[in-house]
Design a protein around this ligand. Structure first.
Ligand SMILES: Cc1cc2nc3c(=O)[nH]c(=O)nc-3n(C[C@H](O)[C@H](O)[C@H](O)COP(=O)(O)OP(=O)(O)OC[C@H]3O[C@@H](n4cnc5c(N)ncnc54)[C@H](O)[C@@H]3O)c2cc1C
Ligand SMILES: NC(=O)c1ccc[n+]([C@@H]2O[C@H](COP(=O)([O-])OP(=O)(O)OC[C@H]3O[C@@H](n4cnc5c(N)ncnc54)[C@H](O)[C@@H]3O)[C@@H](O)[C@H]2O)c1
Length: 471
């Protein structure tokens, strides 16, 4: 390998702006190939995911899931002597954020040989990053600044001190009444979490819940929320929000009804965090990237993770980061870049094989395309569905197990292009689907992948039988 330090006059080979899970992985993968990397962070090393998103929200959900799972089993049910202890759940959540202290992650950066620059970074020209008064230079720069919430333009909403997902995930108390605005992934998960913790929750969505997934998903999740006592209002939008002097929030809906609550959580999507990055200083109007995450029209700037809006998920951002970190190192080292589809330096799976899990109860686990996505792309598909509750392993797993599974099959190629599972504890079924999609495993070969009896994964066999064995 070329010694990158020879004849180098820049401060670093690579500067990464943003030390979330994605920025950390870009820097790590590049550093392992000899790149001198620095990372700039304005808040906590570890990013949104560690402190205000994935980890704390899942910690808020998990205890409720475990309690309900025990209640579904005779023998275990009788051993339950009380309700969920909300304070203990909040404490466990806080432990997962290390009390919003990033010293553990900072130690990891040190051990990985990545320099940390604290402060807000922005571009000051090609290969130039300003942090406060100081400008640092590098041969490549990667933007990994994540995303920020969208606040809808509803009269009174901004003045009503709404919670965003950050405030919900880091809450130090459980509001007696909570209104959730937005029926996407974050709204659905947090509605489940706070209902379990004891809030009277109302969720407001202008379409079905989780409307980008297969249509049965939203129906099943709405039903499950209602079973937990959540007031699910679909097909409505707020026209006005007010918080009175006593702190009560009043939400008026366009169907003429009104809801009162103690807090309103806004979870209506996110947009790239790129407004303050100085893109104009380098003549860039859009962070559109190629599959190595190189910003189109440049040979030195990369955009990775939520900021490029390809897939707002930690695991997918980290996958992009592995590809980008290696691609940056290859370009700086002058070695070959493998950028053909599915090559070592590209994030091809972003286009057709993204796995997604909603940690609701039942869980939603989906990979690849929905039937509608596939048809919209002009793929000739046939889809099959199966009642998960009819699988022996599922019936054993929980009394009254309710769930559904669907495969979307590309008829011409004889391979799966999409899979969806809804049911208790289906998240870990998903990776088999992701492998089948990425590996383009022919259906006739998939018949030889035998699911163990009696597991929930036997649904794979049932789905293949529904489809019919290829001749
Ligand atoms: C409530 C919620 C729950 C979620 N749960 C999941 C989940 O279960 N699974 C999943 O896969 N995804 C989940 N996500 C999505 C996930 O959080 C994001 O996809 C992920 O955090 C993106 O990582 P990132 O590194 O691109 O950005 P971030 O994690 O946002 O990190 C960006 C970092 O850049 C820093 N930064 C920003 N601007 C600057 C600047 N100018 N200078 C210096 N530093 C800067 C920020 O402070 C931050 O530390 C969830 C999101 C939300 C909102
Ligand atoms: N388990 C997970 O992986 C997980 C959990 C939470 C969040 N996330 C990620 O974080 C991102 C943000 O989550 P999110 O739920 O905020 O976004 P989302 O895009 O999933 O959902 C936003 C919802 O808000 C609705 N909406 C948008 N504008 C609205 C308006 N003006 N009025 C009413 N409703 C409106 C949309 O119709 C949609 O249902 C997502 O892209 C998701 O991938 C992932």
């Amino acid at each position: 390998m070329t010694d990158l330090r020879e004849n180098d006059t820049t401060d670093y080979d690579l500067i990464v702006i943003g030390a979330g899970p994605v920025g950390e992985n870009v820097a790590d993968y590049a550093t392992k190939r000899g790149v001198r990397a620095a990372i700039v962070e304005s808040e906590l090393v570890g990013g949104e995911c560690s402190y205000w998103a994935c980890m704390p929200s899942k910690a808020l959900l998990r205890s409720g899931h475990a309690l309900r799972a025990a209640r579904r089993l005779p023998g275990a049910r009788e051993a339950i002597t009380g309700d969920l202890d909300a304070d203990a759940v909040l404490a466990r959540r806080t432990a997962f954020t290390s009390g919003w202290d990033d010293s553990g992650q900072v130690s990891w950066l040190e051990s990985a040989g990545i320099a940390l620059i604290r402060g807000e970074g922005c571009l000051d020209g090609p290969g130039r990053v300003r942090v406060g008064e100081r400008v640092y230079t590098a041969r490549a720069v990667a933007l990994a600044t994540g995303s920020v919430p969208r606040l809808p333009d509803v009269p009174g909403l901004a003045d009503a001190a709404p919670w965003g997902t950050r405030e919900a995930a880091s809450a130090d108390h459980v509001p007696p009444r909570l209104v959730v605005l937005g029926g996407g992934v974050a709204g659905t998960e947090l509605a489940f979490a706070f209902a379990s913790l004891g809030s009277a929750v109302t969720i407001i969505a202008r379409h079905a819940l989780l409307s980008r997934e297969e249509p049965f998903v939203g129906d099943m999740i709405a039903e499950a929320l209602e079973l937990q006592g959540v007031d699910v209002r679909l097909g409505v939008s707020p026209t006005r929000v007010d918080r009175n002097a006593g702190g009560v929030v009043a939400v008026t809906l366009d169907d003429g009804t009104a809801i009162e609550a103690d807090e309103i959580l806004v979870s209506t999507g996110r947009r790239p965090n790129s407004d303050e990055l100085g893109l104009d200083a380098v003549g860039i109007v859009s962070l559109s990237v190629d599959d190595t995450m190189l910003v189109n029209g440049t040979d030195w700037l990369y955009a990775v993770g939520d900021v490029n809006a390809r897939a707002l998920l930690t695991h997918q951002g980290k996958y992009q980061a592995r590809a980008a970190g290696e691609a940056i190192a290859a370009r700086l080292n002058g070695t070959a870049v493998c950028d053909e589809p599915w090559g070592a330096h590209v994030a091809t799976a972003d286009h057709s094989a993204v796995p997604r899990v909603v940690f609701s109860d039942p869980e939603v686990a989906a990979a690849g395309m929905t039937e509608k996505d596939a048809r919209d792309k002009g793929i000739a598909v046939r889809a099959v569905e199966y009642d998960l509750g009819a699988v022996a392993g599922a019936a054993l797993h929980a009394d009254g197990y309710s769930g559904r599974a669907k495969l979307v099959v590309d008829e011409e190629r004889g391979v799966i292009v999409g899979a969806t599972f809804v049911g208790q504890d289906v998240a870990d079924l998903l990776h088999a689907a992701t492998i089948a999609i990425v590996g383009e495993v022919p259906l006739d070969r998939l018949w030889h992948a035998v699911p163990a009896y009696p597991t929930i994964s036997e649904v794979w066999l049932r789905l293949l039988e529904e489809y019919g064995r290829p001749e």
